[in-house]
Design a binder for this molecule. Structure first.
Ligand code: ATP
Ligand code: MG
Ligand code: MG
Ligand code: MG
Length: 464
């Protein structure tokens, strides 16, 4: 019998509680940090501590943090491992333990706590991090040819152009150990899945780019709950775990579809619904309402994608409150605020769904007229009017166009979009959701010519 999602979460928190970590509840999806719109990683609530702006009330903490990453929205339903909403399990050290303990415990938890076969695990380290390499080899006993060195992009973390930063070490799981351990490519996601990332906050970077050792070295980690569930429950993807599949089943029932008989396109739509509905109920429960700005716009967009994918499945009635009920029922044991917010959640969904259906109807009329006159391409201007006036997501226009063998002038659309941005300062907030984006902007102001960007694996989250 496999571990349920709830048991996996508990196993993680118990493991670190036993090792002196304060177990803290998930923070809200609405972060206190003003540089991001939504909580994108378990470390975000602790950022002021890591940056030395706030005193740590504990030396060690552990959490299961609700996260939303809109930068992964196009991956939803398409890769086996990406969601918009997911839970990141984390253990944190605030100037307390460092690499050795972090690696040792991550390994112990993975192999003994979760019972994973060590032969199926591959650690990665930052290419220059000899210290981490040696710990994996000498303390843990992983043969050196199995330890993979990776570059800046994946394995070096920075909170910004200056300030604390450091190398990461990750753990990957091998779905096909029979292929052997030669010529390993951890980026091959048909074979491997990254499930645990350990960040070693070790250096301070000054404005010249020099790295000096930090006085207080910190540990920040993230383990994807849904990914561990995929591994332990032995299912083909995160979506078929007990954390999400019941929602997919509800949607499939409403659409009168048997998931196992569904074709690939239908499965994608069902997965998108399963993913987004989890995001949406948590966002509303955390106080977000649909609007055309910032977080509200993300919520609106997610709801509209749920409705649209419902239509693709042939659902022709309002259905989001019913799927939301299934999501609330599924998650209420751990998140009691969902049942408390039930009425609010369902009302908000009902309102948004019917508003969208009305808009769609008007937009469809316009789109019909466009399709009647165009033979090859929908102009950027038309696509923009559909988007701006009728709330037609660009992807929807693209999908409909594609069905008719037409393309959409994306450059033209971008031009219109840019004009719109310039027209309204407020609209800009809907575009840049990044920590990195705002940091880049800041850096541009400080060093307008020098700054070329930093890799930011742990908290990078861009909306497309
Ligand atoms: P990937 O390379 O697979 O996109 P990542 O390197 O962007 O993952 P991190 O920023 O290191 O992810 O986050 C820490 C952990 O959180 C990951 O190892 C993974 O288990 C989980 N995680 C990250 N992004 C997602 C997502 N979109 N959906 C589900 N789990 C995620
Ligand atoms: Mg990623
Ligand atoms: Mg990665
Ligand atoms: Mg990572």
């Amino acid at each position: 019998q496999y571990l349920t999602g709830n048991q996996i979460r508990q196993t993680f928190l118990d493991f670190y509680a036993k090792r002196g970590h304060e177990v803290l509840p998930s923070a809200s999806l609405v972060p206190e940090d003003p540089t991001v719109l939504l909580t994108i990683a378990g470390m975000l609530p602790f950022k002021p501590i890591f940056l030395g702006q706030k005193e740590a009330p504990y030396d060690r903490a552990t959490t299961s943090q609700k996260c939303i990453r809109t930068n992964d929205i196009e991956n939803v339903g398409r890769t086996k491992r990406h969601h918009t909403f997911f839970e990141m399990l984390g253990n944190f050290s605030f100037g307390d333990y460092f690499k050795k303990e972090a690696i040792k415990w991550a390994w112990e938890l993975s192999t003994e706590g979760f019972g994973l076969d060590p032969e199926r695990l591959y650690p990665s380290v930052y290419k220059d991090d000899e210290e981490a390499f040696a710990i994996w080899r000498d303390e843990i006993g992983v043969p050196s040819h199995r330890i993979q060195r990776m570059g800046e992009e994946d394995n070096f973390w920075a909170a910004g152009p200056t300030g604390p930063c450091g190398p990461c070490s990750e753990i990957y799981y091998d779905f096909y150990p029979e292929l052997g351990d030669k010529d390993i490519d951890l980026e091959d996601d048909s074979r491997f899945i990254e499930f645990y990332n350990l960040v070693f906050m070790q250096f301070n970077r000054d404005s010249e780019g020099n790295l000096t050792p930090l006085q207080n070295q910190n540990i920040d980690t993230g383990l994807g709950l849904e990914r561990m569930a995929q591994i332990l429950q032995d299912v083909p993807n995160n979506y078929e775990t007990d954390l999400i599949f019941p929602i997919i089943k509800t949607a499939a029932e409403i659409a009168n579809i048997d998931y196992n008989q569904a074709d690939e396109k239908q499965k994608v739509s069902l997965k998108v619904i399963g993913d987004h509905v989890r995001a949406v109920v948590h966002m509303i429960a955390d106080g977000i309402t649909a609007s055309n700005l910032g977080r509200g716009y993300i919520l609106r967009r997610l709801i509209r994608r749920v409705v649209r994918h419902g239509q693709l499945l042939g659902i022709n009635k309002a259905f989001t409150p019913e799927v939301a009920e299934s999501a609330i029922a599924l998650m209420e044991d751990h998140y009691s605020n969902l049942r408390e917010g039930e009425d609010l959640i369902k009302q908000e969904l009902q309102r948004e769904e019917s508003r969208f259906l009305e808009t769609l109807e008007r937009g469809e009329k316009m789109l019909g007229e466009i399709l009647a006159k165009e033979t090859e391409q929908i102009s950027g201007k038309d696509a923009f009017v559909l988007y701006d006036t009728y709330g037609f997501p660009l992807e929807l226009t693209q999908e409909v166009a594609e069905e008719k063998g037409l393309t959409v002038d994306l450059d033209g659309f971008e031009v219109e979009m840019e004009k719109q941005r310039q027209r309204s300062q407020a609209a800009q907030e809907t575009i840049d959701l990044t920590v990195q984006g705002s940091l880049d902007e800041l850096a541009q102001k400080v060093h307008p010519t020098e700054f070329v960007g930093y890799s930011h694996p742990h908290t990078a989250a861009k909306v497309e």
